[in-house]
Design a protein around this ligand. Structure first.
Ligand code: PGA
Length: 246
């Protein structure tokens, strides 16, 4: 049985006040014991305060990126030890915005995935095709390559310790969600690539997930939750998506 998980990716949004209010609202609305696992990924400067706020709650903490290095002269980087030190359990790697705006290659993403595993963090590997790649029939090729780079570097048993998020680039922040069937096709392909090791892995869908699209997506057999951007910034919407995962 794979436990459903919903992760909020706050990206570069918020402030001290706004983020603590958002968290307080989420905690207010997500009390008690739940079947679904829930986590949020605030920007770096807010992680430590969020960890204090989330202490003893049923909402986990994650970061949006990780350095491949452990410590030292790497200006601007944040290591896995620092993330665990402030209470993170998850970290996103290979988000399409990092691949696109920061030139992250699949090889670098694979190193980040391993860096997270080395420090006991659960990496959430983001993969996904652009609109042009989809229109040219390249979806499976692109996703296969993004996955294989990590499999080659970390091995299948290593990959199986993480979580995969399928996020079609054309659906991120655009309001265009893949239909549940389109997403299911890719999720089942990802599971096929991972073989038996992948049976227990959680594969999340991401890309304009909203309360009204969540249920249909979560009804698919290979969709184990969501990575949520925009809608994770509104407690009511985020919690509605978490409820749909139960
Ligand atoms: P979105 O972002 O929900 O705003 O499309 C998802 C993501 O980029 O993780």
């Amino acid at each position: 049985m794979r436990r459903q998980i919903v992760i909020g990716n706050w990206k570069m949004n918020g402030s001290v006040t706004a983020n603590s209010e958002l968290l307080a609202e989420i905690l207010d609305q997500w009390t008690g014991v739940h079947q679904a696992e829930v986590a949020v990924c605030p920007p770096y400067p807010y992680l430590a305060a969020a960890a204090v706020q989330l202490d003893n709650s049923n909402v986990g903490l994650g970061a949006q990126d990780i350095s491949t290095q452990s410590s030292g002269a790497y200006t601007g980087e944040i290591s896995g030890d620092m993330l665990t030190d402030v209470g993170c359990r998850y970290v996103l790697v290979g988000h399409s915005e990092r691949r696109e705006y920061h030139g992250e290659t699949s090889e670098l993403v694979a190193e980040k995935f391993q860096a997270a595993l080395d420090k006991g963090l659960t990496p959430v590997l983001c993969v996904g095709e652009t609109l042009a790649e989809r229109e040219n029939g390249k979806t499976f090729d692109v996703i296969g390559q993004q996955l294989l780079a990590v499999v080659e570097h970390c091995g299948l048993p290593g990959v199986a310790k993480g979580i995969i998020a399928y996020e079609p680039v054309w659906a991120i922040g655009t309001g265009k969600t893949a239909t549940p069937e389109m997403a299911q096709d890719v999720h089942s392909y990802i599971r096929e690539v991972l073989g038996p090791e992948g049976d227990q892995m959680r594969i999340l869908y991401g890309g304009s997930v909203k309360p009204d699209s969540a249920e249909g997506l979560f009804g698919q057999k290979d969709i184990d939750g969501a990575l949520v951007g925009g809608a994770s910034l509104k407690a009511e919407d985020f919690v509605a998506i978490c409820r749909a995962a139960e």
